[in-house]
Design a protein around this ligand. Structure first.
Ligand code: 5GP
Length: 174
């Protein structure tokens, strides 16, 4: 497996999605290519490993696609951060501001132990609002978040400035 393959070749950009003026980076083509996907997981695992996670937390829904195989590769647990109303049992939620309106994410109350090192995983960092909310949610249940990780960073949006932990990203677009 060649870890230095050009992963950008496997990411498609789609103009005007989900609304006019937005250029959407589509990872479907990366998922559909076994070697490129395997390389993505291996390279992200290499970036995350030094942060010594106990658990990986995936952000619904593309974050799940990454966090589950990464957790297997790193020998950690995997927990889901989901949209409101999807998780059974006792949950803790965090509501955060969007450009228009608000959104809410949830975690099961007993999903992580106090003091657990939880690395946050998503596919893409844009403005940083989603990851910042996820960090607050994890900290509110007693987790320590040593880093967040994603495949793509839209550097011109400076999302990492919104986050307390550092962010590990594989591919940067400006
Ligand atoms: P942020 O909260 O950082 O502005 O947006 C990041 C969230 O929106 C992530 O959960 C990500 O899945 C989604 N997102 C925003 N833009 C894109 C995009 O161009 N491609 C993909 N795959 N996801 C995006």
């Amino acid at each position: 497996m060649s870890k230095d393959m050009d992963l950008k070749k496997h990411i498609r950009s789609i103009p005007d999605f989900p609304k006019p003026g937005i250029l959407f980076y589509d990872i479907s083509t990366l998922l559909a290519h076994p070697k490129a996907w395997h390389t993505t997981i291996e390279r992200l695992a290499d970036l995350i490993r030094p942060h010594k996670p106990d658990v990986l937390a995936g952000i619904e829904s593309r974050g799940f696609l990454l966090a589950a195989p990464l957790a297997l590769a790193l020998g950690t647990g995997f927990v889901m951060l989901r949209k409101k109303g999807k998780l059974p049992g006792m949950t803790v939620r965090h509501t955060y501001a969007l450009e228009y309106g608000t959104d809410t994410i949830e975690i099961q109350q007993d999903a992580v132990h106090k003091g657990a090192r939880v690395v946050l995983v998503d596919d893409l960092l844009a403005t940083g609002g989603t990851m910042a909310a996820a960090v607050e949610l994890l900290e509110s249940v007693g987790a320590v978040v040593p880093t967040a990780a994603c495949i793509i960073e839209l550097t011109f949006l400076e999302g990492r400035k919104k986050l307390k932990p550092p962010v590990e990203t594989l591919l940067q677009y400006d």
